[in-house]
Design a protein around this ligand. Sequence first.
Ligand code: FRU
Length: 483
Amino acid sequence: MEHFDKKAIDQKVAEGLPFAHPLHNRFHLEMPFGLINDPNGLSCAGGEYHIFFQWNPLGCVHKNKCWAHTKTRDFVHYRVPELSLWPSDEHDKDGCYSGCGFAEDGAVRVCYTCNAKNDGVRTSAQRFGTLEADGTVRKDAIAVPDSPDGITEHFRDPYLFYRHGKRYFIIGAQADGEHPRGTALLYEEQKGGWKNRGELKTRLADFGYMWECPNLLRFGDHDVLIFCPQGLPAREYDRQNLYQAGYIVGRMSLDSMDLLQHTKFQELDHGFDFYAPQVVCHEGRHILIGWMGMPDKDEEYPTAEAGWRFSLTMPRVLTLRQGHIYSHPVKELRTLRIESTAKGIDAEMEKSVRETLFAGSEVLLNVMLGEARHVSATLTYGQEKLVFSYDRNEQAVTIDRTGMKKGGRGIRRFRLFADRTLHLHLFVDKTAVEAFFQHGEEAASLFVFPEKEVCPELILESDAPMESVTGCVWELDAIRFDP
Ligand code: FRU
């Protein structure tokens, strides 16, 4: 087991902020060094949102899984992140894996997976803990020592929820067998501890070999299961990443352990770099934060050369309408707009509109398509480019990263129905780009790693004059880290 010197690590983080390297993002949460992945422990207590995330403070590889912690009241000012939970005993010596957070009697509590490997055999135990005043998580005794019968060693990422005055957690798992199968189990809190209630039944058959990071949410009368299935083949308009992050909507019966009448699986985001999202519900708002990254694709993220890897998405509010989740960055982020930089866009019957962006920008575009059948929004970085295009005949969006030199490339495609107007909302950070289509009906998160340090230019083009293009561009300020 590595030695984690909290004091030295925390000091190094504080010294690395604000970021100096030009490729560091301005309004996406990231660390000055090490590798971050899944958001963990999202919770709200005393008016503060607590955000933990997976972090290897010792290198840019998937090892030494610890939890870092920060908190914010407004998603603009954050506490300087610090090391909060790290491998320290025989249960979690090979990683403090993902888990959830919740407020209890004013305290922030967490539940996480303790990962231990002995002679090639993994033990996955689940354990609760409490965030202390000094920023560290005090670990409780083990609550669930290992995966139950019929479940392999892949048993992780507990997410706590309440129903009818009782507490449960849902957890990602793999059912054993000739063809291991992804699933999620429910545990119910009872007097003597946590009881395995078995698998949550769904109509999803043959749906990957492992489900990671489940979240079980309630939107009015509907239950939403968010999870990350691994092992689904790519299709023409979806499932194009190595692993997926998506959801099904139905009504859960805890008696029959069944998610009844659920929708088909839909992805939460269609970009290249989105995985393992977690949701916290506070005062009726479902706020999602995702990991901007993808497991087993490290070679696509060149910032490791400069000492860090990956970011978190901006926090997004989710709303459910007719079985579909819409998402949009939290309204607090509007305060990042530097109002004096606002540039209005107002064009009629043009085939091309250009705007030079800032080092960090927000772009709102409302395109009345008119006769145009094909529209593209290109971000150019010198000779390099990232293209979002919409084909009205095909009713599909294509995101094309083949025009970038460094980092991951390739194409992603997804269905979108834009009849007469196309609405695009772009957040263009140094390397992280988040795009929202048709007022949050679909989203796409991805990185670009431009070779040149230039502000991108946005070029909107169409095959026939667009009836009108209106919108606005702002420079966005950086989020701030306070001691
Ligand atoms: C998802 C994941 C989780 C696991 C964590 C370890 O990215 O594989 O299933 O708990 O990362 O860092």
